[in-house]
Ligand binder design. Sequence first.
Ligand code: R5P
Length: 319
Amino acid sequence: MENNVTIFSGNSNVALAQAICEELNIPLGDALVGSFPEGEVRVQINENIRGKDVYIIQSTCAPRPNDYLMELLIMIDAARRASARRITAVLPHYGYARQDRKDRPRVPITAKLIANLLVNAGANRILTMDLHAGQIQGFFDIPVDHLYSINVLSRFFLDRKIKDLCVVSPDVGGIKMARAYSKLLEAPLAIVDKRRESDKQTKVMNIIGDVKDFNVVIVDDLVSTGGSLVEAANALKVAGAKDIYACVVHPVLVGPAIERLKNSCIKKLVVTDTIPLTKEKQIDQIEILTVSSILADAIRRIHEDESVSALFADADVEA
Ligand code: R5P
């Protein structure tokens, strides 16, 4: 593989890119990804990639989603102009995904805009994980491989053999994924009927299903300010739930999130490393599990023209 594949990393998640390279037993590609004095992104690929299968790893995430997006676009452009045979943009976390439809007048659909930008920059394929909405795949007219972290995250609960478990979707949009967890963990399913009051605050209207005397695990794709999660946890506590766990793929964790979490009834928040956490955010309540092996395996399979969906054969997720 080493001779034909080159993996580069932007600055958003170098640790994950390095872990992926270690799994694949290849060195991380040599590229400068910095900035010019005025702040413009400066990229220089320092090795020959003519004819190579190139993978550029970059989460377009907090704390600098816009810079990371520009880095990714500019790296793709550099790789294209350096005659890479194929360029795969690897977005462990696909930012700007929550604006995926016009849910009110005169708003953008940023998930589609980002798709257009990636394709126009020169990406030939997309590899991403736990999109906010699976339909975002359709915003691309190039192949999209959509990975899931369910096998990694559910392991936490399977290993601990937690009894009387109930899986909870914190909103109606998350039911499909919560159902997949409920099957894998052999636990019943409940749903929180939530309304968003503002960018930072949500309100629970109702809980559909029985959570009384259950240990619950709230399953979500991302936690940003923590409003949705903590509000859901409080409502579940009031409804009689025992221990409350949360299982969230992308730990955006901005603004009041960490304080909210510390002051909440959530026993453990299990997340992945699609977004790196600064030291201050690595509190005992948070358990970080790596998705490096899934991403590495997917890259190997794409390169060798093998099935990627086979990775999730055991989980009831959409291929
Ligand atoms: C909503 O659809 C998402 O899945 C998350 O629940 C939500 O965006 C998290 O945002 P916050 O943590 O700011 O409430």
